[in-house]
Design a protein around this ligand. Structure first.
Ligand code: 13P
Length: 248
């Protein structure tokens, strides 16, 4: 992890209720202080509640997606400008669930990252291969293609983003990439970033996919893994806090 401050971000996906969120956030806040940066990315209707609950704390909050457009006739979408009005710090873009179920392509993901940055929100750009792509030896080509669209769209500003490597086959499956498998891809991404920005060595590249308290420390100990994007385990305060501790 060298001298980069790790980031552990929870991705609640479409889970929660006002009561459950309040309990979860209280549990996370009770785990403070953290040595790493900590954030929770929550469903849009809860952004206001979560902003209020976390105000003045060391835990940041973010959204799980934003529109690729500034404003307009895009029913159901939320713009980066709207998120920024609440003080949103991070937004996940290009999560594999959005790529798969909402047909988001590489360019749309890059456009979202650009618009988020323009509004002062740090995009957490997800890349990752499916099982079929890994088994046919395409992992490197797939993640490079996904990141390359973002690099071309942002130019040197790409140094301002957070990247998350999330192998699709490891998401919600209990199958984690081994630390070596993850590190191999993270190192490739770092090399690609170095060619695009002088800030590459200061950038956080997170790992996501079945990170749990018992595997977090070995993953985070890899030289190019700078924290995690946590799904299921971010819904249980004690697990999430333990993962944050593993990064600090
Ligand atoms: P899980 O931690 O549940 O595998 O989810 C990972 C993920 O998709 C985070 O964005």
């Amino acid at each position: 992890m060298t001298d980069r401050t790790p980031l552990v971000a929870g991705n609640w996906k479409m889970h929660g209720s006002r009561a459950a969120n309040a309990e979860l956030l209280a549990g996370i806040l009770a785990g403070q202080p953290f040595k790493c940066d900590v954030a929770v990315c929550v469903p849009s209707p809860y952004l206001g509640d979560v902003a209020q609950a976390l105000a003045g704390s060391g835990v940041a909050w973010g959204a799980q997606d934003c529109s690729a457009h500034e404003h307009g006739a895009y029913t159901g979408e939320v713009s980066a400008g709207m998120l920024a009005e609440f003080g949103c710090r991070y937004v996940i873009v290009g999560h594999s669930e959005r790529r798969a179920y909402h047909a988001e392509g590489d360019q749309a993901v890059a456009d979202k990252a650009k618009i988020a940055l323009a509004r002062g929100i740090t995009p957490i750009v997800c890349v990752g291969e499916t099982l079929a792509e890994r088994e046919s030896g395409q992992t490197e080509a797939v993640v490079k293609r996904q990141l390359s669209a973002v690099i071309h769209t942002l130019g040197p500003c790409v140094g301002e983003i957070v990247v998350a490597y999330e192998p699709v086959w490891a998401i919600g499956t209990g199958k984690t990439a081994t630390p070596e498998q993850a590190q191999e891809v993270h190192a490739l991404l770092r090399v690609q970033l170095r060619a695009a920005t002088q800030r590459a060595d200061a950038m956080r590249v997170l790992y996501g996919g079945s990170v749990k308290p018992d595997n977090a420390a070995t993953l985070f100990a890899q030289p190019d893994i700078d924290g995690g994007l946590i799904g299921g385990a971010s819904l249980k305060a004690s697990d999430f806090v333990a993962i944050c501790r593993a990064a600090g």
